[in-house]
Design a protein around this ligand. Sequence first.
Ligand code: PMP
Length: 437
Amino acid sequence: AEIESTLHSGWLMRHKAVMPKWLSLYYDSPIELVSGEGRHVFDRDGRRYLDFFGGILTTMTGYNVKEVVSAISKQAEKMIHSSTLYLISPMIELAEEIATLSGIEDPKVFFTTSGTEANDAALLLATAYRGTNQIIAVRNSYHGRSFSALSVTANTHYRANSYSPFQVSYVLGGSRLRGPLANLGDQEYIERGVTDLEDVLQTQTNGHVAALIAEPIQGVGGFAVPPDGYFGQIQRVLKSSGALYISDEVQTGWGRTGENFWGYKAQGVTPDIVTFAKGIGNGLALAGVVARAEIMDAFSAASISTFGGSPLAAAGGLANLRYLLANKLQENALKTGSVLFATLNSASSEAPAVADVRGKGLMIGVEICEPGTVTPDPTTTSRVMELAKEKGLLVGKGGLAGNVLRIAPPLSLTEDEARYGAEVLAEVLIDVSREGN
Ligand code: PMP
């Protein structure tokens, strides 16, 4: 064990020496996950954890799913990569399935290798189609880490010193506990948001806007959930000026929210462009854009992605999607999510550190604040993560202040696992609330 721990600290030192300092790691003593099975992962020392964060929502069907792994290995034995200059049948098949699932009229699909790049492509398409670089984004959003994706990311920690290629205006969004949207009822929220957008269009743009980009539920922003139907009202205003609507489904797609395959469905919106990533490949580098053909094909420059939709990623993505649909994992997310909600909600009455439990399906945020207030408490949030890890449960965190626990297990979670994980977390939340007193 001593040798293991020396080795481990060796890797940590080497990580720190060679990786940028902003590539930060979770936990006081960061772990290396070396294998997984179902909803469980194992670290280098053989410790088992129930994974309630799934590699930031990338694990949809679970770890080591036979059907998915065998599709990947079969493809790997034949060919890992050719080029999108040649026909790739798994890519075409996957595109057809996504096109059908998108609900977009006359859809076309383009694959990339990350969510950042998918949003880049969406912004490229929207600006080219509309002939303007004016974009509207939502405050507290996260869309990726390239120049263009960062320019629509309204989160100061990620933007820091990047410079924007677009003219971007930001509309209201984010926390419903603090700030301009605090304590508003759904209808009030919608009215406030619509008025704000109208004002932004009038005062900050020349009226000719390419698109608005939004996450139906903000992910990195701490699982901030707007009222159902909200973006439908936003789109009505956009439409009067011809601006497009881009839905970033990187976290909310693939059935994550339980009630729908896409997050935008609950919003009563029909996006012109949808971007997806993370869960689609169940860990493979696969992402993309689906948009109306009219928009997709309006971009006239020849443009390929060397690896986007590679044979390996597409074969894995296809097997992953088929497994997810065949096993009704979206419905399972709703069922197991309700088990989590029930336990966490009832724990919150005994855990004053919990200011809010919110979300949909298997996308649940637990906001940690100083007891009886809405003042973020990132220290207690980190403590909860440490204690949960000690008890064999991994959860994520998010929110501007880093005080929202993000719970997003694989959609194949069983009811027993949901109950067990929720009880462990509830125990920890109650314990830290007592410590604080
Ligand atoms: N959009 C959203 C909503 C995301 O959560 C993320 C990743 N956290 C991205 C885009 C960027 O995806 P990637 O990290 O694959 O570039």
